[in-house]
Design a protein around this ligand. Structure first.
Ligand code: F6P
Length: 358
C-alpha cells in the first residue's frame, strides 16, 4: 500500500483544488486501490496537531472549478517552526511524528514562499516531500508561473476595467491597489491588461513628483482622468534608500491604511484633482480558477503524482519555458522571484508611455 499525504499551506488561491485533484487522480490512476491519500487539515497546523483524514476517491470529484481549498489552510511562519512555544510543543518533532503515524511514503505540499522553506526543512529532516507552486504573487523562484496568479490577474484587470468607466465619467484620478506582497507581478500584468497610465511596483521605487508630472501631462493633453495600478508593496525612492531599520519604521509608522492612500493624498494636494482609491484585496484570491489555472494545475498535479510514483522526492513541480519540470526544493527555498526591472514587459510598457514613477 502506498500512502500519500496532501496539505495546502499559507494564503489560499484559485487552483488549489484542481491541483489536489490532479495529484489524486494521477495516483489513483496508477495505483488503483493500492493507494491511501490522507488530507491534512489546515496546512502545517494539521500536521503539527495530528489533524488529518483518510480521503475517498469521491472527495476529489467535482472540485476542478471550486475556489479555496477543500483541506483548509493556515499561516505557520517558517521562522517560528523551530521555536518551542509556551505549550512546549516541538513543531518539527510533532510533524515528523504524525508523518510516521500515517505511515506516509510522501507528503505533497501546495504553497508559496514560506511554505517552501518549511517543506525544504522537512525534506532535510528526512521526510519525502514533493511541492507545487501556489500563489497569486507569482514570486516563487524556479517556476515561470505559479498557479492562482492568472486568475488573480483576471480579477484585478476586471477591477481596473470597471474603474475606467467611473473614472472617465467623473474625470477623477483612481488608484487600484493590487496584492502581491513584495513582488509586482500581479500589478504589472493587471496594470498593462487594464490600460493603467501609471504602474508602481516594489521593484521600481517611485518618485512622487514623476507620478504627479505624468498626471499633469495627461490633463494638459486633454485627458480628464488617470488610472494608477499600485502594488501593495510599492515604495517611494526616499524610503527605499533608507537603512533597513529606518525603512521598516517608516513603513510601520505610515499614517495611512496603505501606500495607495498616501499616494492619493499627495496627488490630490499637487494636482487639485479628485483622487480615489480602490482596494480589491482578498477578492483577488477568491472564486473559481480560470481556464489557464485549471490547465496548469492539472499538469502540476499529474507531474507531482509522477514524482511520487517514481519516488523522486525533494522536488517542486515548476513550469520552465512552457514545460513542467522537477526543480530541486533546496534551490527554491528562501529565494524570491521579483520582477526584473530591465525585463521586456517593462520596456514595452514604457514604450507605450506607461509611467513607473522612476
Ligand atoms: O501571498 C498571497 C497574499 O495574498 C499576498 O498578496 C498578500 O500580501 C497576503 O497574501 C495577504 O495575506 P493574508 O491573507 O494573511 O491577509
Amino acid at each position: 500500500m502506498k500512502r500519500v499525504g496532501i496539505l495546502t499551506s499559507g494564503g489560499d488561491c484559485q487552483g488549489l483544488n484542481s491541483a489536489i485533484r490532479g495529484i489524486a487522480k494521477g495516483l489513483y490512476e496508477y495505483y488503483g486501490k493500492k493507494v491511501e491519500i490522507y488530507g491534512i487539515i489546515d496546512g502545517y497546523r494539521g500536521l503539527i496537531n495530528g489533524e488529518y483524514r483518510l480521503m475517498k476517491p469521491e472527495d476529489f470529484s467535482g472540485i476542478l472549478t471550486r475556489g479555496g481549498t477543500i483541506l483548509g489552510t493556515s499561516r505557520q511562519p517558517f521562522k517560528l517552526m523551530r521555536v518551542i512555544d509556551e505549550s512546549s510543543v516541538d513543531k518539527v518533532a510533532e510533524m515528523k511524528k504524525h508523518y510516521a503515524e500515517m505511515k506516509l511514503d510522501c507528503l505533497a505540499i501546495l504553497g508559496g514562499n514560506g511554505t517552501h522553506k518549511t517543506a525544504n526543512m522537512l525534506s532535510e529532516e528526512g521526510l519525502n516531500v514533493v511541492t507545487l507552486p501556489k500563489t497569486i504573487d507569482n514570486d516563487i523562484w524556479g517556476t515561470d508561473v505559479t498557479f492562482g496568479f492568472q486568475s488573480a490577474v483576471d480579477i484585478a484587470t476586471h477591477v481596473i476595467d470597471c474603474i475606467h468607466t467611473t473614472a472617465t465619467s467623473h474625470g477623477r484620478v483612481f488608484i487600484v491597489e493590487c496584492m502581491g506582497h513584495k513582488a509586482g507581478w500581479l500589478t504589472l500584468h493587471a496594470g498593462i491588461a487594464g490600460g493603467a497610465d501609471v504602474i508602481l511596483i516594489p521593484e521600481i521605487p517611485y518618485d512622487i513628483n514623476k507620478v504627479i508630472d505624468c498626471i499633469k501631462a495627461r490633463t494638459k493633453s486633454g485627458k480628464t482622468f488617470s488610472i494608477l495600478a499600485v502594488a501593495e508593496g510599492a515604495i517611494s525612492k526616499e524610503i527605499a534608500e533608507m537603512p533597513k531599520k529606518q525603512k521598516k519604521e517608516a513603513i510601520a509608522n505610515m499614517m495611512y491604511p496603505s501606500i495607495s492612500y498616501k499616494i492619493a493624498h499627495e496627488i490630490e494636494e499637487a494636482t487639485g484633482q479628485e483622487t480615489r482609491v480602490t482596494v480589491p484585496g482578498h477578492f483577488q484570491r477568491g472564486g473559481s480558477p480560470n481556464a489557464y489555472d485549471r490547465f496548469i494545475t492539472t499538469q502540476f498535479g499529474a507531474a507531482a503524482a509522477k514524482l511520487i510514483i517514481k519516488e523522486k522526492y525533494g522536488f517542486m513541480t515548476g513550469m520552465v519555458n512552457g514545460k513542467v519540470v522537477p526543480v530541486p526544493l533546496n534551490e527554491v527555498a528562501g529565494k524570491l522571484k521579483e520582477v526584473p526591472t530591465n525585463c521586456k514587459i517593462i520596456k514595452a510598457a514604457k514604450d507605450i508611455g506607461i509611467s513607473f514613477g522612476d
